[in-house]
Design a protein around this ligand. Structure first.
Ligand code: SF4
Length: 134
């Protein structure tokens, strides 16, 4: 659809749910004989969809997760699981979703209360500023 260079197709792509389903696992890239970087393409299209405010309504929860994840990285330089969960639940109001597994994760030390911070947060701030990530 991108290769058709058709405005209507471009609009359809930017408002599709598919671009939000890619988890950047890189499977396609490692197997593609033409070395087409689909994950990077998906990143680009998601960025464009955000820029042009054409995010598919079905993808709202994925976007909420994406933003909660980036907030965690922005403020700690790492993934802070509890911050990610709280940020996601605040955005989606899915307060009870997956709550049954929280005690098990907590018991296994997968949900540390205190976030681990990178030493030099200035670099993280610089990256976010440079890439204009929101
Ligand atoms: S990186 Fe490729 S294989 Fe993995 S989810 Fe995205 S499109 Fe699919």
């Amino acid at each position: 659809m991108l290769q058709t260079n058709d405005a209507e197709n471009y609009r359809k792509i930017l408002s599709s749910e598919s671009i939000w389903l890619c988890v950047s696992c890189q499977n396609c890239l490692t197997r593609c004989p033409m070395e087409i970087d689909i994950p990077q393409l998906m990143d680009f299209l998601r960025g464009k969809a955000l820029e042009e405010k054409t995010v598919n309504a079905q993808s709202k929860n994925i976007l909420s997760f994406h933003r909660a994840f980036l907030d965690s990285v922005k403020y700690t330089g790492r993934l802070y699981e509890i911050g990610l969960i709280a940020g996601y639940k605040m955005r989606t109001f899915n307060v009870l979703q997956d709550m049954d597994i929280a005690p098990k994760m907590f018991a296994k030390g997968k949900l540390p209360i205190i976030p681990e911070m990178v030493k030099d947060k200035r670099n993280i701030k610089r990256i976010f500023k440079k890439t204009n990530i929101e």
